[in-house]
Design a protein around this ligand. Structure first.
Ligand SMILES: C[S@@+](CC[C@H](N)C(=O)[O-])C[C@H]1O[C@@H](n2cnc3c(N)ncnc32)[C@H](O)[C@@H]1O
Length: 276
């Protein structure tokens, strides 16, 4: 892609607005595609790995950051949690409210997760856990969120995040299919070519093939992504790298599916605060 820029060339505020406009523009198609329960990417990869690390208990108060149309908020509520779902897209919050049948268990708010002050108004020391499902790589700045989480979470609380895997599913990769003939049989081998990883970049891309407006992706290599969390006192104590099973039917030869069963498109991590 040629549209790449180094991260932080413009003021972060410009990128916040650009990202917010994109998500509001794409809200309707995102809502239709994800429906009540999410697509296979969510159901097979993001959800099981997140739930494994989260270990939801009945009565837990959980913050769902970048809740979109509320897929995970509803899921957590169905597991007995009291959920606060926040997103900076008013359109997506409206979709979430429209799809939620048990409004008592979930409170939705339009909040920008880069706004530390607004986040803290949700209540210091009031959450047993927080999640963000496939959100951090959509955020122009993540330091304010990590700072706010150190105060929003109870002392034993955890933050479980999922992102596009920065090593194998960053905006610079190329999906490759090679055919070889062995003993008279054609074999296809799919792999990922990674020409760039270390440089943090902003690149326009698509979360869905038919979304009307490409949105900015903020690629951060692992040491920068996790470094922001480590800097404010979090430690990483759980990690999952889910991939599609090899028998998963691929929609396209070169799309995330069974052809890439050895390569995880998603990274899911659990962060906890170091005891004071
Ligand atoms: C890929 S979607 C994931 C939505 C949802 N978590 C899910 O799993 O279906 C990314 C979401 O993050 C939200 N988002 C991105 N940047 C945000 C920010 N700074 N503050 C709040 N929400 C944000 C977008 O509006 C969008 O709903």
């Amino acid at each position: 892609m040629n549209n790449e820029q180094p991260i932080n060339t413009d003021s972060p505020k410009d990128w916040h607005q650009e990202t917010q406009v994109s998500w509001n523009t794409n809200a309707s198609i995102w809502d239709t595609k994800m429906g009540d329960d999410g697509n296979d990417f969510h159901r097979l990869l993001v959800r099981p790995a997140t739930e494994k690390l989260l270990g939801v208990k009945v009565g837990d108060r959980i913050l769902d950051i970048g809740c979109g149309n509320g897929i995970f908020s509803r899921r957590l509520a169905s597991l007995g949690a009291k959920v606060v779902g926040i997103d900076f897209s008013k359109q997506l919050i409206n979709c979430a409210i429209g799809r939620t049948q048990a409004p008592d268990a979930i409170a939705y708010h339009v909040i920008d997760a880069t706004d530390e002050t607004a986040l803290l108004e949700l209540g210091e020391n009031s959450f047993d856990a927080a999640i963000s499902a496939m959100v951090l790589m959509d955020m122009a700045e993540i330091a304010p969120l990590f700072r706010a989480l150190t105060k929003l979470l109870k002392p034993q609380g955890c933050f479980v995040f999922s992102v596009m895997h920065p090593c194998f599913n960053n905006p610079h990769i190329t999906m490759v299919a090679e055919e070889t003939e062995s003993n008279g049989e054609i074999q296809t081998c799919c792999s990922i070519k990674v020409p760039k990883y270390l440089q943090p970049t902003i690149t326009y891309g698509l979360a869905l093939r038919n979304q009307p407006k490409p949105h900015p992706y903020f690629h951060r290599p692992l040491h920068l992504l996790l470094g922001e969390a480590f800097r404010v006192g979090f430690v990483l104590d759980g990690l999952e790298e889910p991939a599609f099973p090899s028998d998963y039917p691929d929609n396209y030869l070169l799309s995330w599916g069974g052809n890439f069963s050895e390569i995880p498109p998603v990274l899911v991590g659990r962060l906890k605060l170091l005891a004071a």
